[in-house]
Design a binder for this molecule. Structure first.
Ligand code: NAD
Ligand code: WQD
Length: 342
């Protein structure tokens, strides 16, 4: 039987590469589009090693309408799109707002126009818990009001959500969309062939932890321990990237099964918060490696605590987390060791 083709923009990236693997394993044919602005070509080799086949790939910029059109025309029968391609570094977005708005909002507009032209209706969009800002109540549900973003990056996610909501509100337009609001993805594929590949100094906690453990960084600095949380460090909802990737497969299938216009939003996290210190301790337990860390000042703009209510994703997408935090961190460590040997 012929596989259903799904376009995966940003498929060479951290989450996109794992979603590509899960889509293929579920019987789809993922077609990757990426311009390697934040990834490396070697990721495609990792995917091929896991799957035993090369998936179709196009090296284009999603802002390039002509090039995107050519991909849709060449592939012929795309049934849906998962749009991962975006810039994602919060700090960088503060100093390069134009680049972030242009890439993140611009690529969505271009993509949706081309989808419409080719009659492709199903879209899964990578949104983020950043849309909730600093929430007044925990855990956050999909109904929790969004707050003014505290970075241009966060603003791009809110804008993209608003654009997709406005498009979906026009009667008679057949667009079917799922907005997935990810919490903090961590971990790597069990094979250690793909994982998070930060270019330069990592901005996120777990790659900083694994690089410190590997001796690439001297010391982890915990960003503050005087927050109003049980141990004073920030609380986040760390979700295994493979569990997150699987949510995309279910979301795409749900859109393909639906008729008429629809737009839905889902939190994708574990439903459980862990502090930064708990992550450090879990890493040490999971790997047996002692981590060199110190407590530093709070990082400007950090939300003290956020974690998801995943009741909706559990009930409607059948989403469940299969990995514990320790298992996720062990997989990140295995990936880091694999990288260090390359
Ligand atoms: P990533 O940087 O690893 O992957 C994004 C991929 O998109 C990269 O391979 C990059 O080269 C590509 N890309 C960027 N702009 C492009 C363009 N214009 N044309 C073609 N390719 C382009 O990031 P990720 O962690 O895999 O995140 C994927 C998506 O999920 C992003 O939209 C991000 O904002 C969102 N998200 C990520 C997190 C997280 O913590 N990682 C959390 C919430 C939401
Ligand atoms: C986690 C915790 C840090 C590094 C970001 C984006 C968010 C979403 C997910 C995309 C925080 C602490 C970190 C370090 C530390 N991405 N930390 N020392 O900030 O929760 O969320 O990624 O949509 O929008 O903001 O993730 O991994 O940077 O930090 O103490 O060296 O670890 O302060 O409490 P964050 P993170």
């Amino acid at each position: 039987m012929e596989r259903t083709k799904i376009l995966v923009t940003g498929g060479a990236g951290y989450i996109g590469s794992h979603a590509t693997v899960e889509l293929y394993n579920a019987g789809f044919l993922p077609v990757i589009v990426d311009n390697f602005s934040n990834s490396q070509e070697s990721v495609l080799g990792g995917i091929e090693k896991i799957l035993g086949v090369k998936v179709p790939f196009h090296n284009i910029d999603c802002n390039d309408e002509e090039a995107l059109r050519a991909v849709f025309a060449e592939e012929g029968n795309l049934r849906g799109v998962i749009h991962f391609a975006a810039f994602k570094a919060v700090g960088e977005s503060m100093v390069k707002p134009l680049e972030y708005y242009r890439n993140n909002v611009g690529s969505l507009l271009t993509l949706v126009s081309v989808m419409r032209e080719f009659g492709v209706e199903a879209l899964v969009f990578s949104s983020s818990c950043t849309v909730y800002g600093t929430p007044d109540q925990l855990p956050v549900t999909e109904q929790t009001p969004t707050k003014k973003a505290n970075s241009p990056y966060g603003a791009t996610k809110q804008m993209c959500e608003d654009i997709l909501q406005d498009i979906a509100a026009v009667p008679g337009q057949t667009s079917r969309t799922i907005l997935l609001r990810y919490f903090n993805p961590v971990g790597a594929h069990a094979s250690a062939e793909i994982g998070e590949l930060p270019l330069g100094v990592p901005q996120n906690l777990v790659p900083y932890v694994t690089q410190t453990a590997a001796g690439i960084r001297e010391q982890l600095t915990i960003n503050g321990d005087t927050y109003d949380t049980p141990d004073g460090t920030n609380i986040r909802d760390y979700v295994h990237v493979v569990d997150l990737a699987k949510a995309h497969v279910v979301a795409v299938q749900r859109l393909l099964d639906k008729k008429g216009e629809t737009i839905e939003t889902f939190n994708v996290g574990t439903g459980h918060g862990n502090s930064v210190l708990e992550v450090v301790q879990a890493f040490e337990r999971a790997t047996g490696v002692k981590l060199n860390y110190k407590i530093g000042p709070p990082r400007p703009g950090d939300v003290p605590a956020i974690y998801a209510d995943v009741t909706k994703a559990t009930a409607e997408l059948g989403f469940k987390t299969s990995a514990t935090l320790e298992e996720a961190l062990a997989s990140s460590w295995k990936w880091q060791q694999h990288l260090s040997q390359r």
